[in-house]
Design a protein around this ligand. Structure first.
Ligand code: A3P
Length: 337
């Protein structure tokens, strides 16, 4: 919301998908968010609660000391947010043993992924209502708490850049992490098997078909990435690849630190990398210190190239055609191994 209280009008609409599509999504195996809404003309699939919050997201005011992380789901969001937090708190890393990742960084999408109600027996809702007894839970507990939070914030979202405040990049530093579509697809599928928010109850080939047909939440995958890629030379945007982080984490941390204008010694960079290693993050998560992501199995393999273990030759050929088709108008090159 702007300081004058005026909302920018949405340059898109948010519409319910037809009953026919809902049935199709259900028969495909999407038992959770079959009754999705879709932005038009951008065709982003989102849970129904997004429709009444679209204005709030589009008008959410970022501040110059915010750090914003934008990703397509399963692309390394949790890993990168831990790194961003560690870079800002390098002398205090042990805090992560006590304070959940959800309390150290803010995932603003929770308001539509898991919408709250005033009568929810949920500590966040209780805290919100105790601070703001007149507050409207349905306007988004996380969005409002984040707005009122004083001090620097680390905000993460899976919403594509065009659904966020157009002032974002002119206001604060933003990191975008992309992961190759094959591994995103496999990771999403497995997540669908354990997710309470977005369960998927069919087999991998069905999931891959839905993914390539842009039917899964937060899709279309390519638009999400291309919107960030075309802004990659903006001084306030740092574009990273999950695969590069896997190949050379210290090199990627060095570039990220330069972008954030932070100076670290080699030991500090190593401490940040260790702190955010797959093994350390997974074990903290298993000890219950990872907040909203506390889904057993959330930290699955953390590797590049898992597509090869999941897909048949035929499916790989279809995926390769889809990738080739969508790569025609872009010079994004992914690593698959
Ligand atoms: P896999 O399912 O392939 O294992 P997000 O946080 O965007 O939802 O991404 C989740 C993916 O990142 C999962 O991929 C998860 O295992 C992986 N991941 C999480 N933390 C990681 C880390 N520290 N290093 C490497 N991969 C990590």
């Amino acid at each position: 919301m702007s300081s004058t209280g005026n909302l920018r009008p949405l340059p898109f609409t948010v519409d319910r998908v037809s009953d026919k599509e809902v049935s199709r999504l259900r028969s495909w195996g999407f038992s959770g968010h079959a009754e999705i809404v879709r932005t038009n003309p951008s065709r982003v699939n989102l849970p129904p609660a997004y429709s009444h919050l679209a204005h709030a997201y589009y008008n959410f005011e970022f501040r110059p000391d915010d750090l914003v992380l934008v990703t397509y789901p399963r692309s390394g969001t949790t890993w990168t947010s831990e790194i961003l937090w560690a870079m800002r708190n390098v002398g205090l890393l042990e805090q992560a043993e006590e304070i959940t990742s959800g309390d150290r960084t803010t995932f603003i999408d929770m308001d539509f992924l898991m919408p709250s109600r005033a009568d929810d027996d949920n500590p966040k809702v209780k805290e919100f209502l105790s601070l703001f007894p007149e507050g409207r839970v349905e306007d988004g507990v996380v969005l409002q708490m984040t707005k009122w939070h004083k001090g620097p914030r680390i905000i993460k979202t899976h919403l594509q850049i065009d659904l966020l405040n157009p002032d974002l990049l002119d206001t604060c530093k933003t990191v975008y992490v992309a992961r190759n579509p094959k591994d995103v697809c496999v990771s999403l599928f497995h997540h669908g098997k354990i997710s309470k928010m977005d369960p998927f109850e069919s087999e991998f080939p069905d999931y891959a078909e839905a993914f390539m047909a842009d039917q899964v939440l937060f899709g279309p995958y390519w638009d999400h990435i291309k919107q960030a890629w075309k802004r990659k030379n903006h001084a306030n945007l740092h574009f990273m690849f999950y695969e590069d982080m896997k190949l050379d984490i210290l090199g990627e941390l060095t570039k990220l630190a330069r972008f954030l204008q932070l100076d670290f010694t080699e030991e500090q960079l190593k401490a940040i990398s260790d702190h955010a290693s797959f093994g350390r993050m997974k074990s903290r998560h298993e000890r219950g210190a990872s907040g909203h992501n506390h889904t057993p199995g959330f930290f699955r393999k953390g590797q590049t190239g898992d597509w090869g273990n999941a897909a048949s030759g035929e499916l790989t050929a279809a995926m390769d055609r889809w990738i080739a088709h969508n790569s025609q108008d872009t010079d994004i090159v992914f690593k698959y191994k």
